[in-house]
Structures are given as C-alpha cells and as structure tokens.
Design a binder for this molecule. Sequence first.
Ligand SMILES: [Zn+2]
Length: 181
Amino acid sequence: MPTIITHAAVPIAAALALGKGRVNSKLLALGVVASMLPDLDVLAFRLNIAYSHDLGHRGASHSLFIALALGLLASTIAPSLGFSRMKALAFVFFSAASHGLLDMLTNGGLGVAIWWPWTNERYFFPCQVIEASPLSLRRVFGPAGFAVVKSELLWVWLPALGTALLARQWLNARRPEPIAH
Ligand SMILES: [Zn+2]
C-alpha cells in the first residue's frame, strides 16, 4: 500500500478540481474516509487470516464491488448532509475505488483483488512505480519509509495536485461569463 495518508490525495485533488460548490467539506470528509477505509483489513494479520484469503489484506475490501457498496451507503445519508444521493454515490465510489487502483501501482506485497467477489485473483498494473509502504509502523519511520514518502510525493501527490489544478482551470474556463447589465 502507499501510506494511508497518501490515499487521501485522490479525494482531496478531486475536490480541489471540482471546487467547493460541487464538493463541500462534508462530502470531502466522506471521500477521505472512504479512500483510507480499505486498509482496515490489515487487522486480518492480527486475526491470523492469510494475506491471500478473500478477507486478507488487499482482498475484498480493496475491490470495486466494496467501493460501490460504500458509495451506495453514502448515498443513503447524503440528503441529511446537504448533497444529492448521486453526487455522494459518485464521489465516495471514486474515492474508495482509487485505493485499490493506487495499490495496484505499488511494487510489493500481493496484488489487489479488484474484481472480488467474481474472483479473488490479485492484480497489479503493468507498471508498478510506487514503493510499497512497510506494514510495520516502526519501519515506516526508517530509511525504507523515506523512500516510500519520496515515491508517493513523486507518483501520487504531484500528479494528483497537478491534474487538479489543470482541471480546475479548465472547468473555470468553461463557466459562462456573467452577463453585464
Ligand atoms: Zn491498501
């Protein structure tokens, strides 16, 4: 996995691109939580569930199916938080799905069961540019952790924020000019 904080880069960048009018702070908070939630499955190691098991790390929790389920869950509470069900579904699904997809770019561990429940086969993208984060917190703060942070800045934060700024400019340019009276 990239470090858990880096998973938040995707919803943050998307919110920056779309602007506050489209993604308010509550929806952004839901997206950030959804982007990090799949890594709760590291608890599986403590429960002696094998890495390669459906419920193991990078298993069901990292699938598009569970991302969709989280999106649907968010859509049920959307009206009470002041945004539409469709917007909540789309943003939370996108945020949660990005987690598994980012993990598929890492160079360590087993791949991601992105197509669970249809198959528990684990997948990577052909190019695995992100250093896999050590699973032990002690090692995250060592030299291995530094290499991970460097590669995440280069391959996640920089492209995400760069794309967000470009998309923001493009969306602003498409906004119709106010009519002068
Ligand atoms: Zn993960």
